[in-house]
Each structure stands twice: as structure tokens, then as C-alpha cells.
Design a protein around this ligand. Sequence first.
Ligand code: ADP
Ligand code: ZN
Ligand code: ZN
Length: 757
Amino acid sequence: MSVVLQVAVDAPGLPPLDYSAQAPLAPGTLVRVPLGRQTVSGVVMALVPQPDATRLAALRPIAAAHTALTPLAPAWLDLMQFVARYYQRALGEVIGAALPVQLRNRKPGEGTAAPPQSSNTSYRCTAAGLSALPGQIAPRSVALWRLARALGVAEAGETPAASTLPCLSLTEARRLHPHAVKVLADWEGSGWVEATAAAPVSSNLAASAAAPTLHPEQAQAVEAIAASSGFSPFLLFGVTGSGKTEVYLHAAAQVLQREPEAQVLVLTPEINLTPQLVGRFEQRFGAEHLAVLHSGLSEGQRLRHWLAAHSGAARIVLGTRLAVLASLPTLRLIVVDEEHDPSYKQQEGARYSARDLALWRAQQLGIAVVLGSATPSLESWRAAQTGRYQLLTLKQRATGVLPRVHIADTRRDPTLRASGTLIGQTLDAALRQRLARGEQSLLFLNRRGYAPVLSCPDCGWMSDCPHCDAHLVFHRTDRTLRCHHCGYQAAVPRACPGCGSLDLQPVGKGTQRVEEALAEKYPEARIARIDADSTRRKGAAASRFDSVHAGEVDILVGTQMVTKGHDFQKVTLVAALNPDAGLFTHDPRGPERLFAQLMQAAGRAGRALPPQGDTPASTPEMLVQTAYPEHPLYRALVAHDYPGFAQAELIERERGGMPPFSYQALLRAEHRNIDAVVEFLAQAQQLAAPLGETLGVTVYPPIPATLARMADVHRLQMLIEGSHRGALQNLLSQWRAELTALRSRVRWAVDVDPLDF
Ligand code: ADP
Ligand code: ZN
Ligand code: ZN
């Protein structure tokens, strides 16, 4: 009996298409279908009931079906439909972004017949590995040899011990080699080992000696989460180090204990932070129950971890924003760590917010979702105030103390003006104290390179990017001028291109310049710099952080990369060198972000008080250098008063009719020809105006984007704003259809709930 299938095809901009098939296929089945002259992948969305014969005859048949893969669950298909609808993208595109490339590109029968029943957590040596590894490992690499032997590899001359090769679990491997995960991944990449099915799930996941006894506030939080039923959003509000992660771990353990088949999704904003978090979950639950999803995985790894989640073998799925789109058939709890972090918002394609989708999934499934932060988004804070989310508060640090925040007034600092180094008097004294005591200091500023611009004092020439509306940043180490937006690079000119003067001056300060100033001022200090330049090489960031942890660094200087997540035990001083720019951005979320960043940075100090022999340890301290010491944001920071800050910001937002008191969308448009963009947006405005009128949605005129020209492409945007989500959505779907019909050559996209302007 032939049937008609509605298939979401993996091709940009197309709605689901109809195909015929010999037999019914369950919705959620992965198929390959002809499209034009190509064959593309797709997912069956629905079966069309009782098609008539002429209709059937007119349709092209599907090329193949992946019947061996368990069909994607209806709840997952609903999620995809929602993402497509809400974020105004084609369904096939959304599904394409959610599925691993290797799954989409596979032909049926090619491996999918037996999806690995577990996460990537046990390894076995391949024949290639048996012969290659002995030649690859130096005889004195003891740890590597331990690992190799455990895999059955024999040293040259030895005969293999057993006829069948042993299977080594990751948990076991980590005991043999501290970087076993990386080593095995490398070996796997070379084809020397292969991942195999992992050990069976142990009956008691929570049984672990590593778990500390919870503090009363933590216990209450875990209790509240465990006792909840149905859709239950929680806001876990606690300063850095207050033990939020410990709450996640216990809440996850409770869920897994109650229901052996359950799955827990844990989202983390930064790929750089995942290893730490993964480490803690592995230690508690065992690596074999974990799957990890983030953009740093190879395609093969991504497929394996995705399948582990999809098959239900992975109990805990940990990942960055894309993990929120994973197929999780038995999902019972979602955790969003650092829920305020802007990197939860995808910035291209379907511009979804993983935080918001986490809430949507929790609501869909009727389960608990825990949003954790020391500085919640104003949306979450308001939701907690109005009772939509349940507020759980951790007031104290679990270990160590919170740093005291001091404001250093740069206006009254003669050294700053004279030297122009960004190291003021107060900071200098504080640094010297740390150096004398063998403690570490962490300095940060949001500018990499040496100086943000090179300028000629004689004629006013400035180093501007020829392709962007931005300055070229002066990098002293290799004497280049670089555009941080488009990547354009040029050698530093010998003389001013404007007037020929030889006296070109760096203006402003970047991390390289501060590093240089520090080296001059404190010749005895060991200084390290961490920013996008110093960590470009793979593994460079990790190795630099390692040397900080190992106590091989006295002063660490860097961009905001250094302020996030790391648990530095010996840091007792954190300084924000010039955060004031964040006070006065055109971005309405500027203050919120600055406050979050400074609180986060403060959290790097005083994680533990190191015993220092005879010298007393310094009181952990955060120093903020500013020309606006009276600013309410800094006052709130000194008082560690997030609630006060949030309250004040919310009043401003309400007054301005801004989110969370309104809903917004941006139409972004770009093209090399600026006239084309202007014309397109004028049409767009004309189309939107009547819709806005009837739906009660405000349509603002087009304006240039913050970076109005990037890589010779002109960028403009227009804002749509309404007080009801539904009305805004109505406008968007109609408007998008009309915009598509214009068939403009301009590149455009709708950004719903935009974070960046
Ligand atoms: P957060 O996630 O809020 O930054 P963590 O959960 O990472 O906090 O806890 C900070 C530190 O305190 C960690 O080293 C953690 O192991 C420790 N810790 C957390 N809770 C407890 C507890 N109840 N008893 C002892 N140590 C704890
Ligand atoms: Zn000049
Ligand atoms: Zn540029």
C-alpha cells in the first residue's frame, strides 16, 4: 500500500514536501529523498491519510529510509516545529542544524543498523594501533605506556598478553593517565583505538563518596527541586562558589535514582568551561553515563554522543547551547548554568535562545528546569519576583569568602595620568603586596592587542579598517595593524600615511600593552597573558590556565576570558582595569552585562584561603578602577547587591517599555550595495506598517547596525516591538512571507528576542 509522507527536507528555505513511499513510515523516521537532481536527507513529519491515486502518482518516491534508527520522538518533532515557527526559519533548516552532519549524510545501511548503545566511554585497540603504538610512544612516557598496556599493546619484543583485547573504560583510563580523554581522542583520530559500548549502568548512580554534605540552603534547594511535580521553573540565585553546581549534581542524582531510565540535560554557556563541569559530573556519576555535545567535537564524536542521547544510553547530557536541540527521549530535568550568559543565544541561522528553549522543553514535558546564576538575567529576576519562577537562594560561599570590592578613583590618581599604564596607585600597592606574599593577581580589560588605534598627533590620521567602520588595532608583537571584525591585516606604516610624520602614537591600551607595562614595573614577577591572540594555538588556553593553577604565574592579565568559571585557588586580587566603557554603551543590556562580568570576575578571588606558612594571607579583594566612583552600578557591586541593581534596572526598563516589559524582533539586512539595503528596508517598513497598525505592534524605521559596515558589507536593521508576544509573532509570520516574496538580493534575517543591537 503506497502512502504519502510529508518530509522536512534538509535544504534552506523550503517548507515540508510530499513524497510517496511503498509502506507507512513512523513520523520521526530519517529518510533520504530526491530534490531536483540531488538526494538530500529529511525527516518524516506526518503521513497524509488516504491520498487519492492521482496525487500519489504525481509524487516522487523517497530514496531510502533509515529504519534501523529509532524514529525521533513526537516531542522532539514538536520542539523543531516550535523553533521553526517562533524563530521564523524553515523547518528543514532547523532540523538540519539539530542533527549531526554524519547522520544526515549517511546512506541507509551505512552503520546506522546498530547505533552504539552507549556514550563514547570505552576503548579498544585496533589492529593498526597494535602495530603503530609501540613505535609512537617513547619508552620513558610512563603514563602513556600504562594506558597502552591496559589496551593490550605490547612493547617491541613482548608478545601480547591475551588473545582478546581488553576494553578500557574512560573512568579507568583517567586513573592511568591524567589526560586520558585527550590522548584517547587523538588515538581514535589516528585509527589506533575505537570506541565501544560502555559498561552497563550501575544501579545506584548517586552512591559516591565524593559528594559533600549539603549546607542547609543547598539541601533546601535540592529538596524543593526533588519535591516539584509538573512544569517547575526554578531560579537558583547564588554568588560564585556558593555551591550551585553541587545543587545541580544532587538534583540530578535524585532524579536518576528515582527513575533509572531518566535523562538530565545540563547546559553551560562556554565551551571553555565544559571540561571542568564535565569533570565534576564524571567524577560523581561515572563517565560512561555522560554524553557531551558542543561545537568543539569532531563530526564522528558528535554523532556518537548524539546517538547516546537519542538511544537513551546517556543519562546525563552536558553541553553548550546546541545541546538544547538534542533528542532526549526520557528527559526529566534541565539545568541551565549561568543562565544570564549571552552566548546562549545563537547568532546565525535559527537565532534561538537555548535558555528560552530549555524552559519551553520543560513546559512541554511537565518537568523541572533549574536556571542558575549569580547575576540572573532581568527576565528571570522579574519572573522570580512575580512568582512565575520559584526563587532558591544560596547566600554564602560554600568554601572561602567573598572578596571585598574596592573602588579606585582614577580621577585623583596622579600616576595614572602621568604614566598612562592603567596601573593606578591603589592597584600598584595591592599588586606589590600579593607579589611579596606569593599570591596571585588577575587583571582584566576588554581589549586585546597593544592599542585600540594608532594615530598621528600631527594631522589626526587614525588607523582605520578599509573594509569596516572600525579602527585597526595595533599589535606590537608582530608589528601589525589588525581588524578584529573582518580579519584584515597590514604592516604598521613607517610614516603617517596622511602627512609623513614619523611620530605615530598608539592610543588607548590593550592587553599586550598592559603586559608590557607590568613586566617593566615588576621585573621579578612571572606574568602571563590570556586572550584570543595568546591562545590561538589549539590547547594554548588550557596550558596557560594549567600553569596558573600550578602556581607558575604571579600576575595573570587578560580579556574577559580570564573572568569566567575558573577555580583559581591562589588568586587573592582581581582588578578591572578600565570597565567604564560598559557604563555608556548604546546597548540597553550594557549595564546588566557589565555588572554580571564584574561579579563573575570578583568570583575568581578568594575561592580558598591558601595556608601561607608564616605570612598571613591577604584578604581577597576586587579592585575596580573607574572615573565614576559614585555610579550606582559600582555601588551595588561594592555592596554585593544584585537584587538592588536588578530592581533599579527593571524600573528603567519598565519606564522605557523595554524587555522584559515588551517583546522585540529585529530585521537585519545586509549587502555590499548600500542602496539595495536601504531600498529593501524601505519596502519592509511599508509592508510592516499596516500589520503593526492592526496588531498593535510598533514598527521603527531602519537604522544602521552598530557596526554599520563590516568586510565591505553594509548592515542595517529595523526594530519591531510589541507588548504581546502573540501579536509580535503574528506580525512576523505574515511579514516574513511578504518579505520572501520580494525575492530581494539583499541578505536578510529576522532575529526574535535579539540580544545584540
Ligand atoms: P558554584 O557552582 O555556585 O560556583 P560550586 O558548586 O562550584 O559553586 O562550589 C564551590 C566550591 O565549594 C567547590 O569547590 C565545591 O566542591 C565546594 N562545595 C560546594 N558545596 C559544598 C558543601 N556543601 N560542602 C563542602 N564543599 C562544598
Ligand atoms: Zn599625520
Ligand atoms: Zn575590518
